[in-house]
Design a protein around this ligand. Structure first.
Ligand code: BES
Ligand code: ZN
Ligand code: ZN
Length: 492
């Protein structure tokens, strides 16, 4: 999409549609009356007839015959709330609305009259993100290709404020990364196996000149990544651990490690899931997808720190070799784990990846995983659970999420519950009691990081996949976490 800015004078502009962003107050303003006069009072009449009030997300299309075919009024409320998330996210929703109306009225070239809204940096960024993110469809597996809905080609912004340089290209990088993550998660599990994730990661590494190292089964055996191997035993697909590295041009001491759960299909293993419980389990690699996508963005945005990605990937299936409830394995860290529930497999594969990241030393670690149904019970589908070993890391991630339109809510790494994962026969077991499942999942991971490295775990089981369209989030894979990770790394 091409984007240009002009001042507030529209006399020389033309296009398929003019979007007027209006607040309640501006409906009575002199400027609005002047614009209305140009259209012989058509707008005023339509506003009365349809009782347009200028409420948030309200829209009204008026067909006119001038330099534009359509004039679309969009409601906007300038209520400065205490909620930074909502304040910024309203711009993403506005972007989505412009995209929706452009599709509906088949507009390719549109002008946004942004006299009433504040388009400084983060706001303008969010507006573009909303536009780009809304324009997503996953049609690869439709045999009859449905006609692609029109997408915007040119956006002209009429605003007093200059837009930051590189704004659209930066947003494009971020949204392309989100799209990659969505595509990977939406891809069915027969076409997105561990080896396919390896292929994807290699492509991203090649295009972005990133270093990549693949641990195959033999290498995993050699280093003793036995909890990852244990999960893979029931599958005929080989497991891998993918490591990707971005290094900045100027030497740096700060290394951020990111880790993503890459279970390409989770049947539960011998502790098998129900049929309906398995329906969405292709999304169990959403953490891995977010991490691979983030690395694609890193290659283009070039942060000043080193970024290392660790992606353990496997299927969780059943055959005669499958891990049994009761099996004990020695993890890469040396700790022994009693596997009492083979459906709690995410923590097993993350254990080895986290321990490797710690062994290779870094400044902080953030892992993303669709880890527990319990987290969805606790927070619903719009919030990811955040567990962090330091307050600063928690706050930095929450801030990054607020900017990204991704909600994170902190839950405790409760020391009171540590006893719940103690095993009678091994060092720890991979399930806790019936309550606090998101917390005991996080506490299990904590066993594999050290005290001195700040670490955070994002349980994204809820927000990774959406069962309905929600503004710029489309039904299916959300790409959750990609933008939070990018913001977190770029800010730090
Ligand atoms: N992949 C699931 C968690 C999940 C559930 C993600 C629903 C997205 C939607 C995970 O591997 C799992 O099965 N966790 C178990 C853990 C339990 C056995 C301790 C769960 O949440 O039931
Ligand atoms: Zn599971
Ligand atoms: Zn799982």
């Amino acid at each position: 999409m091409q984007c240009t800015r002009i001042g507030l004078d529209l006399s020389k502009d033309h296009g398929d549609a003019l979007f007027l962003v209006l607040t309640k107050e501006s409906l009575k303003s002199k400027i609005f009356k002047q614009i209305d006069a140009k259209y012989a009072g058509l707008l005023g009449k339509a506003i009365e007839r349809h009782q347009f009030k200028g409420k948030q997300n309200e829209s009204l299309n008026v067909e006119v015959n001038s330099q534009y075919r359509h004039l679309v009024l969009l409601g906007w409320e300038n209520n400065k709330s205490n909620d930074r998330f909502t304040e910024i996210n309203n711009y993403r929703k506005l972007g989505n609305l412009i995209n929706e109306m452009s599709v509906k009225y088949k507009c390719e070239q549109v002008t946004l009259y942004a006299g009433n809204i504040d388009l400084r940096d983060v706001n303008a960024k969010a507006l573009f993100e909303g536009l780009y993110l809304a324009d997503y469809e996953f049609l690869k597996y439709k045999s009859k290709s449905e006609p692609k809905s029109t997408s915007l080609k040119k956006l002209t912004i009429a605003s007093k404020q200059k837009l930051a340089t590189n704004l659209t290209s930066q947003v494009e990088v971020v949204c392309q990364a989100t799209k990659l993550a969505r595509d990977l998660v939406n891809t069915p599990p027969n076409d997105c196996k561990p080896a396919d994730l390896v292929k994807q990661a290699k492509q991203v590494a090649k295009a972005g000149k990133l270093k990549i190292e693949i641990y195959d089964r033999a290498a995993l055996k050699r280093i003793g990544a036995n909890t990852l191997l244990a999960v893979s035993l029931g599958s005929s697909e080989a497991p891998y651990l993918i490591k990707m590295v971005y290094k900045p041009n100027r030497a740096t001491k700060k290394v951020i490690s990111i880790v993503g759960k890459g279970v390409t299909f989770d049947s539960g293993g011998l502790s098998i899931k129900t049929g309906s419980g398995m329906e969405t389990m292709k999304m169990d690699m959403a953490g891995a997808a977010a991490v691979i996508a983030c690395m694609q963005a890193m290659a283009q945005l070039k942060p000043k720190h080193e970024v290392r990605a660790y992606i353990p990937t496997t299927e969780n299936m059943i055959n005669g070799q499958a891990t049994r409830p009761g099996d004990i394995v020695k993890s890469f860290s040396g700790k022994t784990v009693e596997i009492l529930n083979t459906d709690a497999e995410g923590r097993l594969i993350l254990a080895d990846a986290l321990a490797l990241a710690i062994k290779e030393k870094c400044s902080c670690i953030v892992d993303l995983a669709t880890l527990t149904g319990a987290c969805m019970v606790a927070l619903g589908v719009d919030y990811a659970g955040l567990f962090a070993s330091t307050d600063k890391l928690a706050q930095d991630l929450i801030n990054a999420g607020n900017l990204a339109g991704e909600r994170l809510w902190r839950l405790p790494l409760a020391p009171e519950y540590e006893k719940l994962i103690k095993s009678d026969v091994a060092d720890i077991k991979n399930i806790g009691g019936p309550y606090g499942g998101a917390i005991t999942g996080a506490l299990f991971l904590k066993e594999f990081v050290d005290e001195k490295t700040p670490w955070a775990h994002l349980d994204i089981a809820g927000p990774a996949f959406s069962d309905s369209n929600k503004d710029y989030i489309k039904k299916g894979a959300v790409g959750f976490g990609v933008r939070t990770l990018i913001n977190f790394i770029m800010q730090g």
